[in-house]
Design a protein around this ligand. Structure first.
Ligand code: HEC
Length: 163
């Protein structure tokens, strides 16, 4: 490669990385998080559930949210979607782990079908957890899953020996 072209390319590459650093919120990339947003995201629910916020929901309520935000990837009743099956043998040993996982990681964006990723509220997460427990035959459709009950749900996985 000719030396001048090489130098020119290096300069262009440098400028490219500077402009990536100088992106401001005004350019429509991402959003500035408020303290409230950060508070919503910055906790992990441990096995004792101390961090779990108070709330409640039923599978019936969860089904509606599931149909709007989850069905595209996980399929009707958690089966036959393009992503993980949610019905069958739940791999989570504790119901609060499902709560925590959904609250932190789901739903994901599906640009081509117009579903935008958003932070689920505490009660929406209780309802969705209730729905997943319901389709797995662990609770009834109208059981109110609240902070006390979620700590006492017996998951099928819990009884299996860990190897
Ligand atoms: C754009 C696709 C997409 C959407 C929408 C989506 N998910 Fe997921 N979900 C995934 C993918 C991909 C995984 C697997 C992630 C991994 O294993 O790292 C997953 C994993 C999960 C798991 C863990 C399953 C397991 O046992 O491995 C749960 C629970 C879950 N999603 C619930 C939900 C709920 C509830 C919603 C709606 C609020 C939702 N998902 C919306 C893509 C999606």
């Amino acid at each position: 490669m000719n030396k001048t072209i090489f130098l020119l390319l290096s300069v262009i590459l440098c400028l490219g990385s500077f402009s990536a650093y100088s992106q401001t919120p005004g350019q429509g990339i991402g959003k500035v998080l408020s303290q409230e947003d950060i508070g919503e995201l910055m906790y992990t629910v441990g096995p004792k559930g101390k961090e779990l916020p108070q709330g409640q929901g039923t599978a019936r309520e969860g089904e509606q949210i599931y149909t709007q935000s989850c069905i595209f990837c996980h399929g009707p009743e958690g089966l036959n979607g393009p992503q993980n099956t949610l019905k069958g043998s739940p791999r989570f040993p504790f119901a609060i782990s499902i709560w925590d996982y959904i609250h932190r990681a789901m739903p994901r964006s599906v640009a081509n079908v117009g579903v935008q990723e958003r932070q689920l509220s505490v009660d929406e997460t209780y309802s969705l957890t209730a729905y997943l427990l319901y389709i797995n035959g662990i609770i009834d459709q109208d059981t109110v899953l609240d902070t006390d009950l979620i700590m006492n749900i017996e998951m099928p996985m819990e009884k299996k020996p860990v190897n």
